[in-house]
Design a protein around this ligand. Structure first.
Ligand SMILES: [Zn+2]
Ligand SMILES: [Zn+2]
Length: 253
């Protein structure tokens, strides 16, 4: 098996996230990843998956595009979940939305929530506010995702809000997840402290891009994979069959 180093970004927002800029359309996101030389991205809008197919269709394989979402739990903790396929993503969203409060979005306050196609045609607009906590706890959100074969990553652990650390403290060693995410703001020396705090966890660095200028290699992670795909990423996070995640803060080409 020939393994190569691929740049991957497992956290990205589109125009479906009200907080993302309207420039986060399908062709624009694809161009940004191609320009940056990033081979795989996961579309992770808040509490929804609807724009992943548009980005994937626009990308035509470059970059590879995974379907995910960034869930806001009942405790207001952000968790990135990435699905093996669109069927499981739809099933999970159906389960998640059973507990999504019926609160209407006000675009003048929060921004637009647009479902687009691969040419940025607006297909629909989400009426229910997506940036709010669902009814499930962080344990329920993670366990259900694991049960469906998804990858679970507590988001931006270093941030002072909406992170597991800021709400509940240290992520327990038995919490069901595949990696911990740190934001690109984390320095070399700060990373060493995170490493010490979680000696047995895998860390990823993700862009959490809300605008095109936030898509770049220095906001991503390098993985050793046979190909840029969900299955390979999952193996790398588990350190299986030679696949691996390279320390994003010390690795250089
Ligand atoms: Zn977040
Ligand atoms: Zn995010």
């Amino acid at each position: 098996m020939n393994l190569s180093s691929y740049w991957v970004d497992l956290h990205l927002h589109t125009v479906l996230s009200p907080c993302a800029e309207l420039e986060m359309g399908a062709p624009e996101i694809v161009s940004a990843y191609r320009g940056a030389g990033v081979s795989l991205c996961a579309v992770t809008d808040h509490n929804d998956i609807a724009n992943a197919p548009a980005i994937r269709e626009a990308a035509e394989g470059d970059p590879a595009v995974l379907t995910g979402m960034e869930i806001q739990t009942a405790e207001d903790i952000h968790v990135v979940v990435i699905f093996p396929d669109d069927e499981s993503a739809v099933e999970y969203r159906r389960w998640l939305w059973l507990s999504l409060p019926d609160r209407e979005n006000d675009p003048s306050i929060f921004g637009y929530q647009l479902v687009i196609d691969h040419e940025n045609n607006i297909m629909s607009e989400r009426d229910t506010l997506l940036v709010q906590g669902v009814g499930y706890s962080v344990d329920e959100v993670a366990s259900e995702a694991c049960r469906m074969g998804a990858v679970v990553i507590p988001a931006h652990l270093d941030r002072p809000s909406f992170s597991y650390e800021s709400v509940l403290g240290r992520v327990p060693d038995d919490f069901p997840c595949h990696a911990l995410e740190l934001s690109p703001a984390v320095s070399h020396s700060a990373f060493a402290e995170w490493r010490e705090r979680y000696p047995d966890r895998v860390f990823v660095r993700s862009s959490d891009a809300h605008r095109l200028s936030e898509i770049s290699r220095d906001r991503c992670t390098v993985m050793r994979l046979a190909a840029p795909s969900f299955g390979e990423v999952r193996m790398a996070l588990g350190g299986m069959e030679g696949r691996s995640v390279l320390n994003p803060w010390t690795w250089s080409p």
